[in-house]
Design a binder for this molecule. Structure first.
Ligand SMILES: *Cc1c(COP(=O)(O)O)cnc(C)c1O
Length: 351
């Protein structure tokens, strides 16, 4: 397949305009992108092209019915300048899981992986080498086929583009436990990385940021009594020495960071519980001092410690722990990702 990828290189690289020592998250884009079309029942026309605007018909179904899915991954450089990915086949699998739910055609593993590898080969210099930075990778598929009929499109585009990125959050992350809105419902698409899920989060998140919080902690749509996710991250809560996270479901995305943390925690003999967590349990733990840590887990931020939360018009601060589970687990994971430690799990993939 790799040999079938047509390559059209940019005339002049933009890389000299980028300050790699002051990267924000996902705001600067590398020179090239991988594009592949689904037309007449098959994926074809795989190509690497300059990162540039694309042309679509106004009646493309993505605009009307939101038939669109994405993934988030990262590429790293180790001390020997080798290019590394973290569990990329899991992203491919999840993309197809999301695709099935949105009636988007399955993307074969070889097209996805060969396109990704070729792109990273060509834009290799865009992978940051400084501590805490990486190349964020955004594969996405959307309905490019035309029609106002509310039904799946007959044509799709897969694009992979990349963004050299620094930290996702800067400073403390205070969160608001949601009491009214929900990001997902039983039988819905919460488990899929479907674009519309995030559009629907913006309004409740805006209400929370207007009140001074950075994120919303999503609770179940039915009772709002159970803690489910932290923004677009899975959530972990430490009560005394036990690390708790909610089980995945229709409503909760099966995060690769989440499952990596669960595996590492188990191997480091951290007591772990995968179970439903009630809001009242967390509030009570905050009041009696047994709530030690809360953090979000996802590819973009890896682990994002939460400094406090709001619920029912009250504020709860978490203790300032500098050497807690969040710090240690983040180091274990990033050391594996960047080849600073052994990878007993076979998660690291070298290009
Ligand atoms: C992407 C995402 C996550 C984290 O998944 P990772 O595979 O760890 O990046 C968690 N929750 C939601 C809602 C997400 O979109």
């Amino acid at each position: 397949m790799e040999s079938n990828i047509r390559v059209k290189l940019i005339e002049k690289s933009k890389i000299d305009t980028v300050d790699f020592n002051n990267l924000t998250f996902g705001g600067i884009f590398s020179d090239h992108m991988f594009v592949c079309d689904y037309i007449d029942g098959e994926w074809k026309n795989a190509s690497i092209e300059p990162y540039a605007p694309i042309s679509l018909n106004p009646s493309a179904k993505i605009f009307h019915y939101g038939q669109s899915i994405f993934e988030g991954m990262k590429a790293y450089k180790d001390a020997d300048n080798k290019t590394l990915l973290f569990r990329p086949l899991d992203n491919h699998k999840r993309l197809n899981k999301s695709a099935e739910r949105l009636v988007i055609p399955q993307i074969p593993e070889d097209i996805f992986m060969d396109g990704l590898k070729k792109l990273l080969e060509i834009d290799n210099k865009w992978i940051p080498t400084n501590e805490g930075s990486s190349l964020y990778i955004r594969p996405f598929i959307f309905a490019s086929g035309e029609g106002f009929h509310a039904s799946p499109a007959n044509a799709y585009k897969l694009i992979i583009c990349t963004a050299p990125s620094g930290a996702y959050f800067s400073g403390d992350v205070k969160v608001l436990i949601e009491e009214k809105y929900a990001r997902a419902a039983n039988g819905g698409v919460g488990f899929a990385k479907a674009g519309g899920n995030y559009a629907a989060q913006f309004y409740p998140t805006k209400l929370a940021t207007d009140k001074g919080y950075q994120q919303v902690i999503w609770t179940d749509d039915n009772t709002h009594q159970y803690i489910e996710e932290a923004g677009a991250m899975n959530i972990f809560i430490r009560i005394n020495d036990t690390l708790i996270t909610s089980p995945t479901s229709d409503r909760i995305l099966d995060g690769i960071t989440r499952k990596s943390i669960l595996q590492i925690a188990e191997d480091k003999n951290i007591p772990v519980e995968v179970r439903k967590i009630t809001v009242s349990e967390v509030v009570e733990a905050a009041e009696n001092g047994s709530l030690k840590e809360m953090f979000g887990a996802g590819t973009a931020a890896v682990i994002s410690p939460i400094s406090g939360f709001g619920f029912d018009n009250k504020e709860y601060d978490l203790p300032k722990i500098t050497d807690g589970y969040a710090t240690n687990l983040k180091k274990y994971i990033t050391d594996i990702q960047t080849n600073k430690s052994e990878d007993p799990y076979g998660w690291r993939v070298q290009l």
